[in-house]
Design a protein around this ligand. Structure first.
Ligand code: GSH
Length: 204
């Protein structure tokens, strides 16, 4: 039995969807970011980084979404968590791009005040918006060749992409120029696995 520490709408959503795809036996534990629960001693004793997601496994606590994805892929090798016929290194490269480039831009766009530059909040958001638009233009180009990141079926990189769209839509980011990105989002939303994951997350 795994335990996933998650906050509603946060990037822990990616791990929930992957756990659902694997049909893993897991418990969800809520750590409400909005209530500051991730900074409390109880949670810091589980994840000293004070962030979600954290996955408790029989080997200990695992953090960082790409690492959780790879771990679950190794545990559930028939669950199609990673795409077939793609080198794992290529998938890690793509997951890392989402985790290390896109994700911090989302924080700057959605919560520019968290960056700590109190006088330049609007500028932080505007720069993030420009860089995000450029990133989604390249994603749009990729999705014009196939409906999902690695072909006709969705896998881990699609889940990361789905979460970025979900999060940015809530923050008011305009996706109107990105038809393929929106179609990707709608296809992911229609997936029974994703529906199940979002339902479980909504109970947090
Ligand atoms: N690179 C990490 C990012 C984790 C992360 O930044 N999580 C956010 C939620 S989306 C968080 O816990 N933020 C709380 C904070 O930084 O105070 C991953 O991919 O798991």
């Amino acid at each position: 039995m795994f335990r996933l520490f998650a906050s509603p709408g946060a990037c822990s959503q990616i791990s929930i969807i992957i756990l659902e795809k694997a049909q893993a036996n897991y418990e969800l534990h809520s750590v409400h970011l909005a209530k500051g629960e991730h900074k409390k001693a109880e949670y810091l004793s589980i994840n000293p980084k004070g962030k979600v997601p954290a996955l408790m496994t029989k080997h200990g606590v695992l953090t960082e979404t790409p690492a959780i994805v790879l771990f679950l892929h190794e545990e559930f090798e028939n669950a199609d968590i990673l795409p077939a016929n793609y080198p794992v290194t290529e998938v890690v490269s793509d997951l890392s791009w989402f985790a290390s480039f896109i994700h911090p831009l989302i924080t700057r766009y959605a919560k520019p005040d968290l960056i700590g530059v109190t006088t330049e909040v609007d500028a932080v958001k505007t720069v993030a918006q420009t860089q995000l638009n450029s990133a989604y233009r390249s994603i749009e180009k990729r999705l014009s060749a196939s409906p999902f990141w690695n072909g006709d079926n969705w896998s881990a990189v699609d889940v990361y992409l789905f979460w970025t769209i979900n999060r940015l839509k809530r923050a008011g980011f305009a996706f109107s120029e990105f038809d393929h990105v929106i179609q990707h989002y709608q296809k992911m939303l229609a997936s029974p696995v994703v529906k199940r994951a979002l339902l479980k997350e909504s109970a947090l």
